[in-house]
Design a protein around this ligand. Structure first.
Ligand SMILES: [Cu+2]
Length: 140
């Protein structure tokens, strides 16, 4: 507690946002689903309001569910009868979704994303197990 307190440290610059090794998209993620894959324009986004665009590039109906989970991509447990995962499962948190849309259609949803690990998936019967999932990381 010396009296000569406030030594102004050299730069007035605050902490710059750190760079990510991944593609960081500012608040927008474009995805395309088909049999049997989902592609995404971003591997990583900043937390906060994010607009998801989902284009159904397949030949049957698909959906885009935004799931926050630390489970390995593709490893959300599937109910053998329903052939889909339970969206209330405590090991995941469904943040929101673009509800199922026709082939050739595009839908959007704006979601507020906390930081963490995510999977963007289609949870129609059989679709997740067939490979309709892609990872997304949400950073601070
Ligand atoms: Cu699907």
């Amino acid at each position: 507690m010396s009296g000569t307190g406030d030594s102004p440290t050299a730069s007035g610059f605050g902490a710059f946002d750190q760079f990510s090794p991944f593609t960081v998209s500012t608040g927008a993620v474009s995805t395309t689903g088909r049999e049997w894959a989902i592609s995404s324009t971003a591997k990583s986004v900043k937390s906060g309001s994010t607009t998801f665009t989902f284009r159904n590039g397949g030949t049957i109906e698909h959906e885009l569910v935004v799931v926050k989970t630390d489970l390995t991509l593709g490893d959300i447990p599937i109910d053998p009868v329903a052939k889909k995962f339970d969206e209330e499962d405590p090991s995941i948190e469904v943040i929101g979704e673009v509800f199922e849309i026709e082939a050739g259609s595009t839908g959007n949803v704006v979601l507020d994303l906390p930081p963490g690990n995510y999977q963007l998936v289609c949870n129609l019967a059989g679709h997740y197990a067939n490979g309709m999932h892609v990872a997304l990381r949400v950073t601070n």
